[in-house]
Design a protein around this ligand. Structure first.
Ligand SMILES: Nc1ncnc2c1ncn2[C@@H]1O[C@H](COP(=O)(O)OP(=O)(O)O)[C@@H](O)[C@H]1O
Ligand SMILES: [Mg+2]
Length: 258
């Protein structure tokens, strides 16, 4: 066992929206180089966990640690919030998120989209950021699309631009929330290929996905959530090959093996 702390660690996380508790005590860790996938029915809490992990959402109980450093809180329960805005910014910029709907700026070119946060949030030199942005756009296979606007690209190309934008922050980990579910099946594959390349490079990633084949192919560890709790978890071979819980068996038989 490695003695370096996980890049992201969630301990006993609880999260409610008002009176509705949606995460009921969840532990998840991703060590450097780990790919952890979160699967489960719609509403089971997958997106909420990712959003809590990078502090886009508050949580009421439990710890969130970034490379062993616990998030500092003030207040308790529904009044609990991160205490240190600088820590939040540092953690969030190190856990770059890729969303289902890409969330590119429509009025900026692809190159500007990818350079924007490194320059404005991290204060990187514009020239260096541009070089990095071009490098990452090349890496995801759309280096020829620097000067076009998002609306001129296919969904698969837009999502690859969003991945380049996340990479350009040079984060410690990437968090993907259903990165392929807004895409037509033929465009899904080009995004899956990029995610596989990143996994093979040893990037640390947490991936929420409905694509069981991708989860099986890229993950070191798979977590099956049911109603805000971990129902079963393990390496993909055992989770997909020999699921123990009846709920997971049902879930897998109801999802298309693709
Ligand atoms: N902003 C919100 N306000 C109230 N309830 C929410 C909000 N976001 C999510 N929920 C509820 O939290 C639960 C978990 O949602 P979510 O994390 O989005 O699930 P998943 O990503 O697994 O589909 C669901 O019951 C959902 O309706
Ligand atoms: Mg979701």
């Amino acid at each position: 066992m490695s003695d370096t702390p996980p890049v992201i660690e969630i301990r006993n996380l609880h999260k409610a929206y008002g009176a509705l508790e949606v995460i009921k005590g969840v532990d998840i860790a991703a060590r450097r180089g780990d790919v952890v996938s979160l699967i489960g029915s719609s509403g089971s809490g997958k997106s909420t966990i990712l959003r809590c992990a990078n502090l886009l959402e508050d949580s009421q109980q439990g710890d969130i640690l970034f490379k062993g450093e616990p998030v500092h809180w003030k207040g308790t329960g529904l009044a609990r919030h991160p205490a240190d805005p600088k820590q939040v910014l540092r953690i969030r910029t190190n856990l770059s998120m890729v969303f289902q709907q890409f969330n590119l700026w429509a009025h900026l070119t692809i190159l500007q989209n990818v350079m924007e946060a490194p320059v404005t949030v991290l204060g990187r030199d514009r020239h260096e950021a541009e070089g990095a942005a071009r490098k990452y756009l090349d890496k995801v296979g759309i280096g020829d699309k620097c000067d076009v606007y998002p609306a001129q690209l296919s969904g698969g190309q837009q999502q690859r631009a969003a991945i380049a934008r996340a990479l350009c922050m040079e984060p410690e980990a990437l968090l993907f929330d259903e990165p392929t579910s807004a895409l037509d099946p033929e465009l899904e594959q080009e995004v899956i290929r990029v995610i596989k390349d990143l996994a093979n490079e040893g990037r640390t990633m947490m991936i929420v996905t409905h694509d069981m084949r991708m989860a099986a192919d890229v993950s070191d560890h798979v977590v099956f959530l049911h109603q805000g709790l971990i129902e079963e978890q393990g390496p993909p071979d055992s989770l997909f090959g020999a699921p123990k819980s009846e709920r997971l068996q049902q879930f897998l038989s109801s999802t298309n093996p693709a």
